[in-house]
Each structure stands twice: as structure tokens, then as C-alpha cells.
Design a protein around this ligand. Sequence first.
Ligand code: G4P
Length: 528
Amino acid sequence: MSPLNAEISRRRTFAIISHPDAGKTTLTEKLLLFGGAIQMAGAVKARGKARNTQSDWMKVEAERGISVSSSVMTYEYGGCAFNLLDTPGHADFSEDTYRTLTAVDSAVMVLDAAKGIENQTRKLFEVCRLRDIPIITFINKMDRDGRDPFELLEDIEESLALDVTPASWPIGMGRDFLGCYDVLGDRLALLEKGKTDQDHVEECAGLDDPKLDALLPAGAVEKLREEVPLAKGLCQEFDLGTFLEGHLSPVFFGSAINNFGVRELLKGLIAMAPPPTPRATEERLVSPGEEKVSGFVFKIQANMDPKHRDRIAFFRLSSGRLKRGMKLHHVRSGKPFNLHNPLLFLAQDRATAEDAWAGDIIGIPNHGSLRIGDALTEGEDLKFTGIPSFAPELLKTIRPEDPMRAKHLGRALRQLAEEGVARIFRPQIGNEWIIGAIGALQFEVLADRIRTEYDVPALLEASALHTARWIEADEAQTIKKFIKANSTEIAEDHDGHPVFLARNAWRMDQVVKDWPGVRFLKTKEQTR
Ligand code: G4P
């Protein structure tokens, strides 16, 4: 195997999706702990707190106890290199999540054993389904009294219309939780509270192995021998192909806070989760094993370090081996792009990446030259697809408290729009800006950031507008005519693309009927 293919096959790039409080942070922490990326549990939270003191934007995060920003962490375990992408835990940031999920090859869905499928789990799952992302389920908090495991499996199948199969089976629950039986590998893993180095694991020759009688109380063995065949009979058998297509989810049970089941999950990721998969472009499918480097930006985060006012583009390397100092081709501008300082994100630190391989996520510091959807290649003009913007469902107007600072506000808005924080529209007539969001919290984050990072106190006001649609037509002339006839309802987004702003649903229907040659789009590909 070539060094490139060897490196690709040991990479796993995945995200964790969950409803707030299911245990995503705890699980992330434990994954990093076992991966040697952090020395001490608590670091993920501590990192969060340290960040929370840095800006008011993060204050929104702290006050509401939600995670707004997504980030990436890289660690090694069992010979594999993992890129773990965090997703915002709040529905209002689903667009960010959607784009983050364009950069992963699989996802871990964390459920609280007492709650099963919750609102936000369902929403995030739907995003995964749109992209057929394979999902491994981790049912957490087994050390607490939760729901019956059969009921939980049924809940996943029914709520998500997703087939499941037990990868492990819990022995007891709550105070009586003793561990799990590895259904796929016939091993017994016993919970030893407070232990972090190794789980007590015993290889078994199947459920009839007398070892089980020696290690577990009689009642627990009897129940295990009854339940495992029953669960296997009720569920589909594990099939790698069906899992990779996103139709079957293997389910692990555990307790992240007790470090239990986390290694099994990591082993599951190594054994089942796919290495980097090909990525679609308008031109062709890009395979990770291609020698030439290519990749795309799926997220921009500004001011991660307020001392430096930096802007980091998160870049998924889609093919080849990237080396520091490479000169790449920036497809949108046609200009060369020097990769001076690509970053790898370790749990608490950033490190300069000397090289990276297809599937890796790197950070590229820049001053605004990179935008969401941008491609960097070794010369080929590629446009990666599937990184859309969504038409906002909520619209507000914004103006500076001090009218003299209108220009500053414009600059701040443009930069934040490039980051994908919210949509901005500049109506052709009048000098207000319209802000569009998918979720109301986005407005708060935006207003906070404009005030703290750009020092432009601004007023957000309710708008009488109903919806916004990007407009497109086959003939440039048609668009021109449409814009002329409806000039009071036309605005431009931050890329200069024309947008129709409708006052109400009736008006929207009316223009759709009156202008059959015009397409009114709810999403816009970022690459265009
Ligand atoms: P999130 O990122 O998905 O929102 O969840 P997080 O990890 O912050 O966990 C939510 C709460 O659940 C935390 O308690 C955490 O300690 C607890 N938790 C996580 N995993 C387990 C588990 O396996 N068993 C049990 N019993 N609890 C678990 P908290 O009281 O809200 O926060 P903290 O004060 O413990 O930090």
C-alpha cells in the first residue's frame, strides 16, 4: 500500500450529535483522554470556560448552557488518527451543523438512557440522513435508572425509521449496572468505577461460557442469556454495507462519566466507521487517494483568539497529502494561495501541521480571503457541492445606534456573513440592512459580536418581511427584467447575489406565478 493510502485507511473523521445534556461533552472528553490528547478529564469543559471569559459571544454560550460554536479535535487511538468535529447543540445553529457534517464520514449519536430520542437528536439525525452518513449509537448514562434497553432500541427504530442492531448489551442498569456483553465480539466488559486505564475485559466463547457464571451474579447471567438472543432475533444482523449506506446503526451502551463503554466505542469506530470517502464536485468525484491535494472550506471562525483578531478557515482535505508551505490554487479567485501556517487542533492547543492527509481537518489562518465553500487545489478548477446556504426563516432590520457608524456596521455584517453567522441583505432602495437567520439565537450572537468585536452598538428591529429567496434564471435578461419590475423588493446578499424579499406568503406565491422563467431558491450552493 502506498504511504498515502496507508495514512488514509487509518483515518476516521466523525462528529458527535446529541440533544443537550445527553453527555456529548463528557464523551468527547473521554475520547480525548483515551486518545492521550488530554491528560486529565475536565479539560474540555475548562477549555470552554476559559473561552467563555474571552468574549460576549461566548457568554451567550455560557449563559444558555449550550454550545454554539463547532470546533475540531485531532487525536490518535489504536493505530488510527481521529478527527472529531463538534457540532452546535442548539437547533438555531442547524445550518452550521449541516455544513460541519459535510466534512465528516460518520457520526456518533449519543442518547441519554433515560430519555431516548429527543428533539434535537431527531433534527440532527435528519441532517445525517440527507447525506446518508453512517451512524453509531452510544446510549449513555447506564449507571442511572433509565429505560429498558429493548424499549430504547424500539424508540430509535420508530422515531427515526432507522434499523438498529446491538453491538453491546447492558448487564443491569442504574446501581446494578455491571457492564456490557460485546455481542459482535463475544467479550465481557465489566464496569469498575473510578478506573481509567483499562476496562476489565474477558474473552468469552459465547453466552454459554462458564466464565460468565464465575464473573456475574446468577440472576444477571440468566437475564443476559435470555435477552441477547432475543435482541438479536428482533434486530437485523450487523451488516457493514448497510451501516455504511446509513441504514443500520450499531448500538453501544455505556457510561461516559465512568469511562465505561468508551473504548468499545472507539474500537467500533476503528472497525466499522469508514475511512475518508470521496467528495462530490460539479466536475467529478474526488477520491481521497488521488496524489494531488484538494479540499474545501466548510466553516470560518473569527476571533478565536481575541488578542490576534484572527480568522480561521476550517478545511477538509479531500485528497492527497498536504505539506506546510505548499502553494495552492484558490479556485474562486484564481489566485495562488500560500499555505504558510496550517493548524492542527489538539484538545487544548493548536499545533502547526507539517503535513496532513486526505480526511484531515486543518485550520488555515487568513484575513478574509477564504470563504465557506471555497476550494483549494493543486491547479484544477473544482467546485465542491453540498455546502449550501439556507434561505433564512426569520428576518430583522439592523441599524447602528450612531448613524455615523453605518459603514463600520456594513463591514462587520459582511465579515460575519462570510463566516456564516447569519445572512445579510442590502435592499436596493433605502439604507438599512436586513439580517436573516434560521434560529432566533443567531440574532443574539450576531448583535453581541458586532458590539464586542467590532464596537458598533446596533439596533435590531422586527421586520415586516416574510421570507427571502435567491433568484436565478437561464437568461440574464429575465433576471434584469424581474429586478427592474420589482426593485423595491430586491436586495443583494454579501456575495452580491440578487435576492427577492417577500412581504407575505401571498406575495411570494404571486411572483412565482407571474414569473415562470425565474427560479426562487431556498438554498444557495456556497461555491457559486
Ligand atoms: P452535553 O455536552 O451533551 O450537554 O452533556 P454533558 O457531557 O455536559 O453532560 C450532561 C450532564 O450529564 C453532566 O452533569 C454530566 O456530568 C452528566 N453525565 C454525562 N455522562 C454521564 C454518565 O455516564 N452517567 C451519569 N450519571 N451522568 C453523566 P451536570 O450535573 O449537568 O454537569 P457537571 O456538573 O457534572 O459537569
